[in-house]
Write a protein of this length. Structure first.
Length: 396
């Protein structure tokens, strides 16, 4: 697909509101009352790339939807290996890739593979609640490492060193970091890798946001570093970059194929209790091999939405918001409003008909307190309307 204007598919005219209200759940359009704008779950308001839909239709038209291998279909695993070798400088082979039903399950499978009861895992604070949930599901203990709340600041690596004990087995890296939007530099990743190497720790690298990075930041996969590749297991998915949340398509991979074999054994996919469905792998393969022009247009659109959102929030009384380096969420400080996150979110919902995510410990950890998270993966029309409603609400 060649587009004269790569952002053309992200005009408001392409947002199918009638379908979003029927199909977009998880705190989004189908979960809120009529008239509410949900800037909540990180899921685009736009239809996926047409190449992805066409690939699904072609495959399904043959009417054979048979079992796939436990580790995933070979064409999907080859596409993953080629993409990450070419675009992330990760020396990946298809044998080091495992398909799974979402990045969320991938995180759980990695935790099950490398954590036993009584073990400890380093988990960022703030970060998406899934890391803490998955560690605790293995009867292990999450040890929370404070992350900077400003995306351009570095974490305290001396603090990390002091937190590691003989029970520590895993470091959970989320890069780019949801919710702050931090993109880790190569030097920061090297420091993390050196500590992991010193203490013989596995690195779980959640890279689901790795396509959504804003200039001038540059994404570096820790799996591309020679000092980290043998101990890193990457988890990724296709919901953020390609709008495929409902297909539950994910992958776990490593340059060290023995690590992926261990994850596959822990995943229960060989028993058929779990596994990635065939159409999800077809869609993900099309995303990797055919949908890059669509993705480029999406990222260009998100640059504009980031500027619009950050400027609008900073023009709102009591709100301070730094521009994220990655992710399409804004993490705004609301302390000057003299309301806590729950109070402010309720005010915006009831008075402005705008839903956002409060920075509560159960969602992101204790350091998210005094903040809210806003997704801007929507059209300019919707974002401008939401920001106007919020500003009017705060001025009233």
């Amino acid at each position: 697909m060649k587009l004269a204007d790569p952002t053309a598919l992200f005009d408001h005219a392409h947002v199918r509101m009638e379908l979003l209200r029927q199909r977009a759940f998880n705190l989004r359009w189908a979960s809120v009352e009529e008239g509410v704008i949900p800037l909540t779950a990180a899921d685009p308001d736009f239809p996926c790339a047409p190449e992805i839909a066409e690939a699904i239709a072609r495959y399904a038209s043959d009417r054979y939807l048979s079992y796939a291998p436990a580790e995933g279909l070979l064409f999907f695993r080859e596409a993953m290996a080629e993409f990450y070798t070419a675009r992330r400088d990760v020396k990946l082979q298809a044998a080091g890739v495992m398909a799974c039903d979402s990045a969320a399950f991938g995180i759980m499978a990695v935790c099950k593979a490398f954590l036993n009861a009584g073990d400890e895992a380093i988990v960022f604070n703030p970060v998406d609640f899934l890391f803490k949930h998955c560690v605790e599901s293995c009867n292990a203990t999450p040890v929370l490492w404070d992350m900077p709340l400003m995306p351009d600041e570095s974490p305290d690596f001396d603090q990390l060193k002091d937190m590691i004990s003989e029970r520590t087995k895993l470091i959970c890296l989320c890069n780019p970091l949801n919710p702050t939007g931090k993109v880790f530099t190569r030097d920061e990743l090297k420091q993390l890798a050196a500590i992991a190497d010193q203490h013989n720790l596995i690195i779980l690298s959640d890279e689901i946001w790795s396509d959504i990075v804003f200039e001038p930041s540059r994404y570096v996969s820790i799996a591309s570093l020679p000092e980290a590749e043998a101990r890193t297991v990457v988890v990724t998915g296709f919901s953020k970059s390609y709008g495929l949340a409902g297909l539950r398509a994910g992958a776990v991979f490593s340059v060290n194929e023995k690590l992926v074999e261990k994850v596959l054994n822990a995943s229960d996919q060989r028993s058929t209790v779990h596994g990635c469905n065939v159409l999800a792998q077809v869609a993900a393969t099309a995303a990797l091999t055919q949908a890059q022009p669509w993705l480029s247009g999406f990222i260009e659109h998100l640059h504009e939405m980031r500027s619009l959102t950050v400027a609008g929030l900073n023009a709102t009384p009591g709100i301070q918001c730094a521009a994220p380096q990655g992710c399409y969420v804004a993490f705004a400080n609301i302390e000057a409003t003299n309301m806590n996150a729950e109070q402010l979110c309720q005010k915006w919902l009831s008075e402005a008909a705008v839903a956002v995510v409060p920075g509560l410990p159960r969602w992101f950890g204790s350091r998210a307190e005094g903040h809210i998270r806003i997704s801007f993966a929507t059209s300019k029309t919707i974002m401008e309307e939401a920001l106007d409603r919020i500003k009017n609400c705060m001025h009233s």
